[in-house]
Design a protein. Structure first.
Length: 64
């Protein structure tokens, strides 16, 4: 696996305003997350409705 170090450095140091030491201390996964990659998708109404159907509230508001 090869990395485009110049692009990653521009994104991390230039775009995210990380100090070089902060940039080099990150793992690739941490950098991806900071750049918005690999983050979970936002919860949309359709998915919320699916979850509500799967896990309905109990009458009386008790989860016991």
């Amino acid at each position: 696996m090869s990395f485009d170090w110049a692009a990653l450095m521009r994104a991390g140091i230039g775009g995210l305003r990380l100090k070089p030491a902060e940039f080099w201390a990150l793992t690739p996964a941490e950098l991806r997350l900071m750049l918005g990659e690999g983050a979970p998708a936002p919860l949309r109404r359709a998915r919320l409705m699916d979850l509500m159907a799967q896990w309905p509230d109990r009458p009386g508001g008790s989860d016991d």
